[in-house]
Design a binder for this molecule. Structure first.
Ligand code: NDP
Length: 496
């Protein structure tokens, strides 16, 4: 007898199952091929895993609410920011970058900070990190950089030599490397760290005017970090420390929140600032100093609901910078331009062409287009409606001129493969950060770097130490001393 407390066990097609024992010829077997419910269970089990993400494989996620507290409608017509007090549902996935799905949470690594806002005009994904910059600025280097963070092909081990070889060949990484080996390199929990959109994006207002912007999520829990010793002790007993912290905090009703702030730069300011500093506002290895471009408060993001099923909602969550909405657009940032394609592409591979129909990814507003079919199509929302355009039928979706973006003046751009390593200042912003750190913090930074750089080949050590000296004499000298090396010779070489 089935009742509410004990509903019928069924096959995946919904047929009630009488007895859950293998169907055999005689009590001792063999098992018959016609036990289709057993076959179904085994076949489903064999397919329980999907390819893990190549990067950001280990993650934690939660649903929340974004509430507007500051008016930025003079810069953007994005519906999500249309009035103070407006609330929009969102989903946030945190992650580590390099480790596989079974890796420990409390490792020294950059953290992913990816938000999906379910706005009235489509999903807006802001796919950022807990750092405002990144290691490289040319997309050709991205996949290569990730290889250095993963396993060495022959030994299947992670390799300090491989990592420092790459970093020492790419001095644009120095700013991000300094953040990574600073105290903020191991956040205590996902709740106690900031998030950044990192790239420069554009805002477009109702008048069709475009400005450049950057996004900052400041934690309201305060910054908290772990030392290597603390992290080691945590990992020894708990590989899921960040997942556990986030999940249990939300279960307790202790909802973490972040204040969203933006920096705004007009094209005139971009021209003036570039000329003054020599920095490119679209270079992902650079921040916009707060003194030049102050933070403007926009709203508060609160996480207040755990997913019901980790696999369905967190593992299948698909974030892509190309999910933009009217009023928010890209910038010329070369890394962003590449990610616009790359992230959407990986979801096609990992989740399939209809990943938008998975509930966690599904927009909460009407979706109407002429794309059809493919693996996993549910046809919800379009049923038997026409699958071609233009058409002369009523009730079919049509483009609306109101939503077209203003033209983008690129001047007399010359198409070429520009070398992004020449004439770039890779040192000043890393130096500015180093100068922010107090005496003890500088010592810890140098100790950590020396600990891992010592494992690299001597040639790699020398090349990287020269970068520290070029960035800041004290930075170079501290790391060289910790490594027990003759700093005078390296200093001379660095400035030769
Ligand atoms: P400010 O003094 O105005 O800001 C310093 C920033 O550094 C603050 O946002 C602070 O974050 C952050 N910070 C402090 N310690 C660390 C750390 N160990 N790792 C990463 N960030 C840290 O200076 P400027 O805007 O002139 O920038 C100076 C340097 O600060 C930059 O070169 C950059 O390295 C760093 N920075 C700048 C940011 C920006 O957008 N301008 C953003 C983040 C870092 P918090 O307020 O949360 O404590």
């Amino acid at each position: 007898m089935s009742d509410e407390k004990h509903p019928n066990l069924t096959t995946a097609d919904g047929a009630p199952i009488g007895r859950q024992h293998a169907l055999t010829a005689g009590p001792r077997g063999p098992v018959l091929l016609q036990d289709v419910a057993l076959l179904e269970q085994m076949q489903h089990f064999n397919r329980e895993r999907i390819p893990e993400r190549v990067v950001h494989a280990k993650g934690s996620g939660a649903y929340g609410t974004f509430t507007v507290t500051g008016d930025i409608t003079r810069w953007t017509k994005a519906d999500i920011f249309s009035e103070v007090g407006k609330q929009t549902a969102c989903f946030l996935r945190f992650s580590t970058v390099a480790g596989e799905r079974g890796a420990a949470d409390a490792e020294r690594d950059v953290r992913g900070f990816a938000v999906k806002f379910y706005t009235n005009e489509g999903n807006w994904d802001l796919v950022g990190n807990n750092t405002p910059v990144f290691f490289v600025r040319d997309p050709y280097k991205f996949q290569n950089f990730i290889h250095t963070q993963k396993r060495e092909p022959r030994s299947n081990l992670r390799s300090d030599d491989m990592q420092w070889d790459f970093w020492s060949m790419c001095p644009e990484s120095l700013h991000q490397v300094t953040i990574l080996f600073s105290d903020r390199g191991i956040p205590a929990t996902y709740r106690h760290m900031n998030g950044y959109g990192s790239h420069t994006y554009s805002f477009i207002n109702r008048e069709g005017e475009r400005v450049w912007c950057k996004f900052h999520f400041k934690t309201n829990q305060g910054i908290r970090c772990l030392s290597d010793e603390q992290a080691g002790a945590i990992i020894a007993r708990d590989r899921e420390s960040h997942q556990r912290d986030l999940f249990t905090a939300i279960e307790r009703g202790e909802y973490p929140s972040w204040t969203l702030k933006v920096q705004i730069m007009t094209q005139e300011q971009a021209d003036e600032w570039s000329a003054r500093t020599g920095w490119n506002p679209f270079d992902l290895t650079k921040v916009w100093p707060h003194g030049d471009f102050p933070l403007i408060e926009v709203g508060v993001l609160e996480l207040n609901r755990n997913p019901e099923n980790y696999f369905a909602e967190v593992e299948q969550a698909a974030f892509k910078p190309s999910a933009m909405v009217p009023g928010i657009g890209p910038s010329p940032d070369k890394m962003l331009q590449a990610r616009l394609m790359s992230y959407a592409d990986t979801h096609l591979h990992r989740l399939g062409v209809n990943h938008h129909q998975i509930p966690v990814n599904r927009p909460r507003c009407p979706v109407m287009h002429y794309m059809r079919d493919g693996q996993g199509a549910t046809a919800e929302g379009y049923g038997g409606s026409p699958n071609y355009w233009p058409n002369s039928l009523d009730g079919t979706p049509q483009p609306n001129e109101e939503y077209s973006d203003p033209a983008w003046d690129l001047g007399r751009a010359i198409v070429d493969r520009y070398d992004s390593t020449v004439d770039h200042d890779d040192y000043t912003q890393a130096k500015n950060l180093f100068r922010l750190l107090d005496e003890d913090h500088r010592d810890r930074l140098a100790t950590r770097i020396a600990g891992v750089l010592s494992n690299a080949r001597q040639e790699v050590q020398m090349r990287q130490l020269c970068h520290f000296f070029r960035c800041d004499e004290e930075y170079g000298s501290r790391v060289a001393q910790k490594m027990g090396l003759d700093e005078g010779a390296i200093r001379q070489h660095a400035h030769a």
